[in-house]
Design a protein around this ligand. Structure first.
Ligand SMILES: [Fe+2]
Length: 389
């Protein structure tokens, strides 16, 4: 059962403040400029989404306390709507204050140009809602194949150019249907990979269609089959042993503190996998994983959590492949740097990291959690091409 987290209450507090702020602006600034009929329309347009947030607020806070269970499908969308609308209205309000306080007074312009600027500023209040709409209905399921050259120290010539596919963070749930996963599986198979890795978070919460997800990923085809590791949501769903066992029935090997040696010609590659390594147990990262290393061949680690990379590198893993961050889901470029919430968790947020001749690739994955939104962090299927380094 999910425990109410202090962040849930902080988020609720921010939501109440934001909604109150919006109604104050409506009363003080918008009302005097509109006719009564126009104002009623605007007021209801703001009130209806506020009311629609209530069920999400209730399930977010009350369900863990009372144990009253709402069907997963409806709960996910109710909570998703609450998060999305609260996020968009907070962004909108912040933008409004920013424009009113700093941009408009600073602009030395003629009165007519000022009126135009004010209209542009008002229109820009809609920008966060437009961005969220785009992120929910378009970018969220616009899967793309990302191709990356992966330098692997000690790679045998027979492995040069070998193609490995990776999919991660499927989060099959009301936010990502089986038919959407099927599309991702087809796209992965079209890459004709030598190996395919699935790096955790098959579903989001108990009640999500785990069996159908396993059946669907069993359609993944690769010369040397499908290997994987498990994510934190397999822990939340108490499904680690189940996924390992059921996937094995279809010939997929989820490596739980185990390794497999893969051969090609005269070369070999050692692939090891570990269960989710919790952030709060950083000092225990990869405890016991040294026994999975093999001499005389490159060692690849599948770890859902990318934060283990420095520890993995120190132990002797040449490559770490991870997911978990979803590339932040909502990523904004500020001053040439990408900023998103995942940076609070780890410095390894998305893409390729090279340190001391070791490599780590963190994929954005294909699913979403919390808010059914992706902005600037498109869902991706990885094609990793191995290169000798
Ligand atoms: Fe995830």
């Amino acid at each position: 059962m999910k425990t109410p987290h202090v962040l849930d209450f902080v988020f609720l507090g921010a939501t109440i403040l934001t909604q109150t702020g919006i109604y104050r602006i409506l009363q003080r600034i918008v009302k005097p400029r509109l006719s009564m009929a126009q104002f009623r329309l605007v007021f209801w347009a703001a009130l209806i989404p506020s009311l629609l947030m209530l069920p999400g607020i209730i399930t977010t806070l009350v369900r863990p306390l009372t144990g009253i269970s709402v069907p997963g499908k409806y709960r996910a969308w109710m909570e998703g709507f609450y998060l999305v609308w609260s996020f968009a209205s907070t962004a909108s309000l912040l933008l409004y204050f920013l424009v009113r306080r700093w941009i408009l007074p600073a602009a030395e312009v003629s009165p007519s140009r000022r009126v135009l600027l004010q209209r542009v500023a008002s229109a820009s209040l809609a920008a966060p809602f437009a961005a969220i709409g785009y992120g929910t209905f378009l970018e969220r399921t616009a899967f793309e194949v990302r191709e990356v050259e992966l330098p692997v120290p000690g790679l045998h010539a027979d492995f040069e150019g070998v193609r490995i596919a990776q999919i991660s963070d499927l989060h099959v749930s009301p936010y990502l249907q089986i038919k959407e996963l099927a599309r991702a599986v087809d796209m992965t198979n079209e890459l004709k990979p030598f190996l395919t890795f699935v790096t955790g978070d098959l579903i989001s919460y108990p009640g999500d269609p785990l069996d159908a997800t396993i059946r669907e990923i069993a359609r993944l085809r690769a010369d040397q089959g499908v290997l994987g590791c498990l994510g934190n949501h397999e822990i939340y769903c108490d499904a680690e042993a189940y996924v390992e066992r059921e996937a094995a029935r279809y010939g997929m090997d989820f490596l739980r503190m185990r390794n497999r040696e893969i051969r090609r010609g005269n070369g070999a590659l050692n692939v090891a996998g570990v269960d989710f390594q919790p952030f709060k147990e950083r000092q225990r990262y990869l405890k016991g994983a040294e026994k999975l290393l093999r001499n005389g061949m490159p060692n690849v680690l599948l770890s859902h959590n990318p934060d283990v990379f420095p520890v993995a590198a120190r132990l002797g893993f040449d490559v770490t492949l991870a997911g978990h961050t979803h590339a932040g889901q909502v990523t904004v470029e500020i001053l040439n740097r990408y900023t998103n919430v995942a940076r609070f968790l780890t410095s390894y947020v998305a893409g390729l990291y090279l340190e001391n001749n070791k490599a780590c690739y963190v994929t954005a994955g294909i699913g979403t959690i919390g808010m059914p939104v992706r902005i600037g962090a498109p869902p991706e299927i990885m094609l990793l091409k191995l290169r000798r380094s």
